[in-house]
Design a protein around this ligand. Structure first.
Ligand code: HEC
Length: 165
């Protein structure tokens, strides 16, 4: 009887601890009010204030460095003929006039993902898994100051996330 009570108490403590931990996480997820993601200026793999899906962003930053930075630059600043994909004017709505591969508009996160998963890395299409490409897309968009709250980026929310206000 006494033991059972202890077990139960232990469980309650665990639940309480989990709730506190979750609350702390959710609290963090909100980010600092007014904090804006770096517009391409910050350190390449920084996760600004880690708002949102921190783990996905960490994977994305690393995978970007491994698979994309050779052409698009450590900070996504571009290196002709590879366009800038981070910073002012990056990911423009309409494809550039001399674009070879890109035909579609970039209006939402889904548009960017659809393009990159089919055509990038240009020298190794298919070498990046879908999950990793979602992570890279999430990281790239955060670096550009796009915000969508605390859910990881993926097929369920990407169409609703607009690149421009
Ligand atoms: C071998 C060089 C190379 C690598 C590696 C590469 N890209 Fe590209 N990327 C390009 C080129 C060149 C273009 C322009 C394509 C066109 O003409 O439409 C481009 C275009 C893009 C665009 C569209 C930009 C715009 O303004 O239209 C995005 C987004 C992009 N790449 C993301 C990525 C991601 C993410 C990775 C890594 C998974 C990656 N790229 C790896 C060369 C590369």
């Amino acid at each position: 009887m006494f033991q059972r009570a202890q077990v139960k108490l232990g469980f309650q403590v665990l639940v309480a601890a989990t709730l506190v931990a979750t609350a702390a996480l959710v609290g963090c997820g909100g980010g600092k009010p007014g904090a804006k993601s770096a517009k391409g200026g910050g350190a390449p793999l920084a996760i600004p204030g880690a708002p949102g899906p921190a783990e996905q962003l960490a994977v994305g930053g690393k995978s970007y460095a491994d698979n994309c930075s050779t052409c698009h630059g450590d900070k996504g600043e571009g290196d002709a003929p590879s366009p800038a994909i981070i910073g002012n004017g990056a990911l423009p709505e309409a494809p550039s006039k001399d674009a070879e591969l890109r035909k579609a508009k970039f209006l939402t996160a889904q548009d960017v993902y659809d393009f990159t998963v089919k055509t990038m890395p240009k020298d190794g299409v298919g070498t990046v898994t879908a999950d990793e490409m979602w992570a890279i897309t999430a990281w790239t968009l955060k670096q550009n100051g796009v915000e969508w709250g605390t859910d990881p980026l993926g097929p369920t929310n990407a169409k609703t996330i607009k690149l421009r206000k």
